[in-house]
Design a protein around this ligand. Structure first.
Ligand SMILES: [Zn+2]
Length: 237
């Protein structure tokens, strides 16, 4: 026994590991109860699948839960969950309204764009479309199309969500961050969440919005524009 395996044996008094296939159920020192439970579950799913295959059950005859959960994730699948990320930036200019998350914020400058330039709604729409592998907001609502000139981006967000539902997805959760030095976002944050949730047809609790300044750094800090990021989780229904 070399030095390393000798040390391992000392750490692990139970030298016989309990294994089902490639899943080690026990035999490791200091395994947390949750980890042990997950491993037992994985082993149980593996045994159930093995028995189903032995009985000659076709894949579609096997219980649905055999395709879900830990074993699905072990194979690199998200078990019907999809993650999406969106990012958008609009320039701040004079003579434009400053509409963010559907809230028209009183400010001496506003966001420049073909639509109402709602940077938050656009980032969130891109996160949703990304998770559904359905392209991006530019492809769905081209800024060369006069039909979208001055468009209410909450309406566009609602249309993007309808498109995603047609593809069989539902939104589980989303969180967004706005980066700007001015205007102040926090007083309008809950109104933004309410607008976005209503446009998407989900509960208020499913939408998070927060803001950060960049402490005067970069183009956001200098007030040249406003940036927004969004992440979301979709579930295939
Ligand atoms: Zn945009």
């Amino acid at each position: 026994m070399d030095k390393r395996s000798d040390a391992q044996a000392r750490r692990c008094p139970s030298s016989t590991a309990l294994k089902f296939g490639d899943v080690q159920v026990a035999g490791r020192a200091r395994m947390y109860p949750v980890e042990l439970a997950l491993r037992v579950h994985a082993a149980w799913v593996m045994m159930a699948r093995y028995l189903a295959e032995q009985r000659g059950l076709a894949r579609e005859q096997q219980p649905a839960w055999l395709d879900d959960g830990m074993m699905a994730r072990r194979k690199g699948s998200m078990g019907g969950l999809r993650i999406g990320h969106g990012y958008d930036v609009h320039r701040l200019v004079e003579g434009r309204p400053c509409i963010i998350g559907g809230v028209d914020i009183p400010h001496e400058r506003g966001l420049l764009g073909h639509s109402d330039a709602d940077v938050l709604a656009h980032a969130l729409a891109d996160a949703l479309l990304g998770a559904a592998r359905a392209g991006d907001i530019g492809a769905l609502f081209p800024d060369t199309d006069p039909a979208f000139a001055g468009a209410d981006s909450l309406v566009l967000l609602g249309r993007a969500m309808a498109h995603i539902r047609q593809l069989g997805f539902e939104l589980l959760d989303a969180d967004c961050t706005i980066a700007c030095q001015e205007p102040k976002i926090t007083p309008h944050r809950d109104a933004m969440r309410k607008n976005l949730a209503a446009a998407l047809g989900v509960e208020l609790d499913q939408i998070g919005v927060k803001a950060t300044t960049t402490e005067g750094l970069g183009w956001e800090g200098e007030g040249a524009g406003i940036g927004a990021w969004a992440v979301c989780i979709l579930e295939k229904r």
